[in-house]
Design a protein around this ligand. Structure first.
Ligand code: SF4
Length: 439
């Protein structure tokens, strides 16, 4: 939202009125008194409300809410595109493609997704089964993917298995041959950008009977996934891992999820030579409210720095066109997606933005007690019922719809007819102190 001389009370009242006008009756608890507490510098109140609106309508807001950038003072929020003059835009009658391939190697199965995004790993335990189902249903509707995360593969996801990535992480929770066999993509999580070097943790309060059963563990006990994989200390070890998966499921594509250490470029090259089809580089700032703030904000490299480092190194090695690079960790908007691609990624993996679409307020209560009061990051049977999976799927699918139309608009205004033409075009970006990304 543009700066004005209006008082904060006026701004709050206006936003609240706009929110009600656009049907945010589902959150009556978001009264005027709560608005000042909504969001933070990355996920501003505007961005949260704008994401809710996109999830309701499938379109970007037209009521003044800032839906393109946050207020972090760095990274994507200070990057803007160098828009072309209107006469150079791609005309409306010429089609523009936002599709990307998830396998760029000459061998193995071809998988194309219509948008350069899919849903990232959030485990059963960190989120409820209803949220997993909502994500899988939305992924199916958009012919894209969602990842189980590391907590096992609930049976209820099986009808959507062609759009579900299964994750193998250090805790090996719920990893079985049959879950690998039914997955079109298997994802190794070596690290996550929100908490690199810390592994994963699920506190005892959330380890219900059902979660413990899925994870083949003991209820009401905190579960920790170690860091790192103690069987992988080299590219050769990593290759053995990939060979193991490909033996169980020869048609699966393999994704490698890593955080962003300073030698991320070497990690990328090693992942390629080990046989990975997709490299997911997960920068800081991602993670739900369950990831410690000190880790989210201070340990790994922001993904805006990691992407061009990886892209350039893969180009120099002559292998850039044989591996797909997906960026994650703080990707909030369609504009973040486009900027990540301009920096050198092929596409992005979404996590928090899907939760925000489902009503997340960024209150950071994910891990405490029964978990999320809105039924998102909870395993409590009663709280889980707060979200109907079909309703959730509709909201995530609507967010994707809004992202799709915005990405097409971005490409048109840059004179590009295919999203692949945007990859690595840092010349189309500029630093701007007060980025609005407006064309
Ligand atoms: S507890 Fe719920 S609303 Fe709060 S940050 Fe976590 S998911 Fe979002």
């Amino acid at each position: 939202m543009q700066k004005t001389e209006k008082s904060i009370e006026q701004l709050i009242a206006e936003k609240h009125t706009a929110a009600l006008h656009h049907g945010f009756h589902l959150w009556p608890q978001l009264g005027t008194a709560m608005m000042p507490a909504l969001g933070d510098f990355r996920w501003t109140a505007d961005l949260i409300l704008a994401t809710w609106l996109q999830a309701e309508t499938g379109r970007e807001p037209e009521n003044g809410l800032e839906y393109r950038i946050g207020n972090s003072g760095g990274g994507f929020d200070l990057l803007d595109f160098k828009w072309l003059a209107r006469e150079q835009w791609v005309p409306e009658d010429i089609p523009v493609s936002t599709a990307i391939s998830l396998n760029r190697r000459p061998t193995d199965r071809k998988i194309e997704i219509p948008l350069p995004v899919y849903g990232g790993g959030m485990s059963y335990g960190s989120i409820s089964e209803h949220i997993m189902l909502a994500r899988a249903m939305a992924a199916t509707e958009w012919n894209t993917y969602t990842s189980t995360g590391e907590g096992g593969y609930p049976d209820s996801l099986t009808p959507f298995k062609d759009h579900v990535i299964t994750q193998v992480a250090t805790g090996m929770f719920g990893v079985r041959e049959e879950t690998i066999q039914k997955a079109p993509i298997v994802e190794f999580k070596y690290a996550q950008g929100a908490k690199p070097g810390l592994g994963g943790h699920l506190l005892g309060d959330k380890t219900t009977m059902a979660v413990a059963k899925m994870r083949e563990s003991v209820p009401w006990v905190s579960l920790f996934s170690p860091f790192p994989f103690h069987s992988v200390y080299s590219v050769e070890d990593h290759k053995k891992h990939i060979d193991w998966i490909r033996t169980i499921n020869p048609t699966a594509l393999v994704c490698v999820k890593v955080s962003t250490p300073t030698d991320i470029d070497m990690v990328a090259v090693g992942s390629y030579y080990a046989g990975a089809h997709i490299l997911q580089i997960d920068g800081s700032y991602g993670g739900t409210g369950a990831a410690p703030e000190i880790a989210k904000k201070n340990i790994s490299m922001p993904v805006e720095f990691a992407i061009p480092k990886v892209h350039r190194y893969l180009v120099q090695e002559g292998i850039r066109d044989e591996i797909v690079v997906m960026a994650s960790g703080g990707i909030r908007t369609a504009y973040d997606v486009a900027k990540a691609i301009a920096l050198g990624a092929d596409g992005c993996v979404l996590g928090t933005s899907e939760l925000v679409a489902l009503g997340c307020t960024r209150c950071s209560n994910c891990e405490r007690g029964r978990g999320c009061p809105f039924g998102l990051t909870t395993t409590d049977p009663e709280l889980t019922l707060l979200v109907d999976p079909e309703w959730g799927a509709m909201r995530i699918a609507n967010l994707y719809q809004s992202f799709a139309s915005q990405l097409v608009s971005i490409l048109r205004r840059l004179g590009l007819r295919d999203i692949s033409q945007l990859r690595g075009r840092t010349d189309l970006l500029q630093y701007t102190k007060n980025s609005t990304s407006r064309g």
